[in-house]
Design a protein around this ligand. Structure first.
Ligand SMILES: Cc1cc2nc3c(=O)[nH]c(=O)nc-3n(C[C@H](O)[C@H](O)[C@H](O)COP(=O)(O)OP(=O)(O)OC[C@H]3O[C@@H](n4cnc5c(N)ncnc54)[C@H](O)[C@@H]3O)c2cc1C
Length: 406
């Protein structure tokens, strides 16, 4: 959580008192703002509790899990959730924590006739494997090998079914706490005119079909025996949504996180169609020339029921957590928390509907927009308090100076 007093003068003037309705959560070391081990904070161990107050606005940017958790720990959320966790209700806001979404993913992988790519990381290589002399040699001399790829550098966005294109868009709300833009979702959750499946090409094959588990095993030096390649199939516009809810007033206790992957049947259907397409791509054209046997799901997985079982058994996150403080349900269109003065949220948690690709850029866009909104609000408050336009411009120039940037 970052507090951003616009200037020392204003900090001194407003202190903690310039608040109306519910005050923003105070930044108090013994309160749930920054969960750290108790001995760091003092308190019980004889340390000193420090209370910090924001002179301007508080900007909460703890991510799709952290921001809703911190709001709830601060008494802002669904009363029944807060009461069950033993947190006094300061602002009843049922949407907090709701509308959590993620991109579910599965993999399709083949052994390959080309001995190149990620699989060349061998257990005998030193820990700095990507910088091993062999990797450097391949890249410098042949332009190939592990250093020639960022791993997910090729891919495609596709519609899982042709009818997605023709389905009539419907307006409405989807799930508690999540507002859906009119025209975005069609019947069966399909997204009108927009791709709902992303394929990511990885020049390697993991020791497990679950991408996250594969990383764990790779960390232990366990590898797939052969060279290979993988197509990761991501449902990039899932309809299912879940929630993040605290279960304790203790900030060190992790919240309960439920993404409800595949709760909507159309989400599994999109992945099944994506698997079928990935199989076709891997066994035809240029890839077909180098692909040997199918490793994941495996040639024995053919019927719709077998494919769905594979999806449910190996499903993993494509790292797209969003929602939980959705625009509309929790924050307004300028990211201010409903019913709380001086508190904004600016991170992936405000996304009312998960974007159809990776989230770093949309999150950066939200952050840049938040900065503009905050500056605009500060300018307006300066003018309202009698400040001149010249003073405003001077402050803006100062905030852009190299000294300030450092
Ligand atoms: C493994 C992985 C790989 C990814 N790869 C890509 C990619 O290739 N491309 C892409 O576009 N996106 C990628 N993403 C997604 C992208 O990183 C996130 O969507 C984006 O960072 C979200 O930004 P955020 O500000 O909402 O949250 P975060 O970036 O998670 O920032 C939240 C910050 O708040 C801090 N925090 C949380 N709770 C507290 C607390 N109580 N007190 C103090 N601080 C707290 C956290 O430590 C963190 O620093 C990836 C995500 C992961 C997890």
């Amino acid at each position: 959580m970052r507090a951003g007093p616009p200037s020392r003068r204003r900090y001194a003037r407003t202190g903690c008192n310039g608040l109306s309705r519910v005050p923003p959560p105070s930044l108090r070391a013994s309160t749930p703002v920054v969960p750290r081990p108790r001995h760091d904070l003092g308190g019980d161990d004889g340390g000193t509790a420090v209370r910090l107050c924001a002179g301007g606005e508080v900007v909460l940017a703890a991510g799709a899990l952290g921001s809703p958790q911190l709001l709830q720990l601060s008494g802002i959320g669904e009363p029944s959730t807060l009461e069950a966790a033993g947190v006094p209700v300061r602002c009843a806001l049922p949407g907090v924590g709701e509308g959590l979404q993620d991109h579910p993913a599965v993999t399709v992988a083949f052994d390959s006739a080309i001995k190149d790519g990620m699989t060349e990381i061998k257990p005998w290589m030193p820990r700095v494997n990507v910088l091993s002399p062999w990797a450097l040699y391949l890249w410098a001399v042949r332009g190939s090998g592990i250093l020639s790829t960022t791993f997910c550098d090729h891919g495609a966005f596709v519609r899982s079914r042709p009818e997605v294109d023709r389905e009539k868009p419907a307006a409405g709300r989807r799930g508690k706490g999540r507002a859906v833009a009119a025209g975005q979702h069609g019947k069966d959750g399909a997204v009108a005119n927009l791709p709902d499946v992303q394929l990511r090409f990885v020049p390697g094959i993991g020791p497990a079909p679950d991408g996250v588990k594969a990383y764990e095993l790779l960390g232990k030096g366990i590898q797939h025996a052969n060279y290979g390649f993988t197509l990761q199939v991501i449902n990039c516009r899932p309809k299912s949504s879940g929630a993040v809810r605290i279960s304790s007033a203790d900030p060190a206790v992790a919240p309960t996180i439920r993404c409800n992957y595949l709760a909507e049947p159309c989400d599994a259907l999109a992945l099944a169609q994506g698997i079928a397409l990935a199989r076709r791509l891997a066994t035809s054209g240029a890839l077909g020339e180098i692909s040997l046997g199918e490793v994941y799901p495996g040639a024995h997985v053919q019927s719709a029921a077998e494919v769905e079982t594979y999806i449910r058994r190996t499903l993993h996150s494509a790292n797209g957590l969003s929602g939980g403080c959705c625009i509309g349900a929790v924050v307004d269109s300028v990211l201010r928390v409903h019913g709380v003065h001086g508190l904004r949220v600016a991170d992936a948690s405000v996304m009312p509907s998960i974007p159809g690709a990776q989230l770093a850029l949309p999150t950066t866009m939200i952050a840049e927009r938040a900065a503009k909104l905050i500056r605009k609000a500060e300018d307006a408050s300066l003018v309202a308090s009698g400040g001149s336009k010249a003073a405003m411009m001077q402050r803006r120039r100062a905030s852009r100076s190299p000294t300030r940037r450092r």
